[in-house]
Design a protein around this ligand. Structure first.
Ligand code: IYR
Length: 238
């Protein structure tokens, strides 16, 4: 089959190579149980060391690590394999200043009362506030958009399914990939996020999902002393 051209890809994109169902064999080599156990234990330990970071060093990170992490995220399962996500890597310092100014303006209203007392009380032990230096200071900034529906270059629309779930899974995989590659990140959700589509010039079918600064923790970085729930508290075996 010939490769689709760019224009085919944007106007006639399909999640497989076209209907009807045409399965291909999948025969990954089975991992011996002992190796699975060892890997799982090691992974559990490494993942437990991931922390959300709000104070970043200005040191640059290898950009290919970020690209590879995004490529990992993009292997996520998605509703009808529609891959309803766009990852915008924001490098332009002026654009980042605009994002920070707009986010801090919204956050100020939120922290000054818009969130409500119950929500503000829930955040207090985490020490968050409306000042968001990471938006300009972290060496990399990824803005993740959900494609609420498909929009072809010719204006054609198609429904997307399970968009929240799909993009949530992809962002989880992105955070894991970044962490396991040695980088720190933060999932920041300025609210409301409408301004991001405008500032980043994204099309009408896209809705911002999260802003993710990426880098190394600053030497003076501190994090809240969090308690993670034990497996007993979160796993039910029936
Ligand atoms: N979006 C705000 C508030 C905030 C909300 C939750 I829920 C958090 O877990 C953390 C922060 C902010 O980014 O500060």
């Amino acid at each position: 089959m010939s490769q689709p051209t760019q224009s085919d890809a944007t106007t006639h994109w399909t999640p497989t190579h076209g209907a009807p169902y045409r399965p291909v064999p999948y025969r990954p080599e089975r991992m011996p149980a002992a190796e699975s156990l060892a890997r799982a234990a090691e992974l559990r330990e490494r993942m437990a060391r991931r922390r959300t970071v709000r104070q970043f060093s200005a040191d640059p990170v290898p950009e290919q690590v970020v690209r590879d992490a995004i490529a990992c995220a993009a292997t996520a399962p998605s509703g009808a394999h529609q891959q309803p996500w766009t990852f915008v890597l924001v490098k332009d310092p002026e654009v980042r200043r605009r994002i920070r100014a707009a986010a801090e303006a919204e956050e100020r209203l939120s922290y000054e009362g818009r969130l409500g007392e119950e929500w503000l009380a829930a955040l207090r032990p985490l020490g968050t506030d409306e000042v968001k230096p990471h938006l300009t200071d972290a060496p990399q900034l990824i803005v993740v958009f959900q494609q609420r529906h498909w929009l072809g270059e010719d204006g054609s629309r198609r429904k997307h399914y399970y968009v929240d779930e799909s993009v949530g899974i992809a962002v989880g995989m992105l955070l894991s990939a970044l962490h396991l590659s040695g980088l720190a990140a933060l999932v920041h959700t300025p609210s409301p996020m409408r301004f991001l589509r405008e500032v980043l010039g994204r099309p009408a079918n896209e809705k911002a999902f999260a802003v993710i600064p990426v880098g190394y923790p600053a030497p003076e970085c501190e994090v809240p002393d969090l308690v993670r729930k034990s497996l007993d508290q979160i796993v039910v075996e029936i």
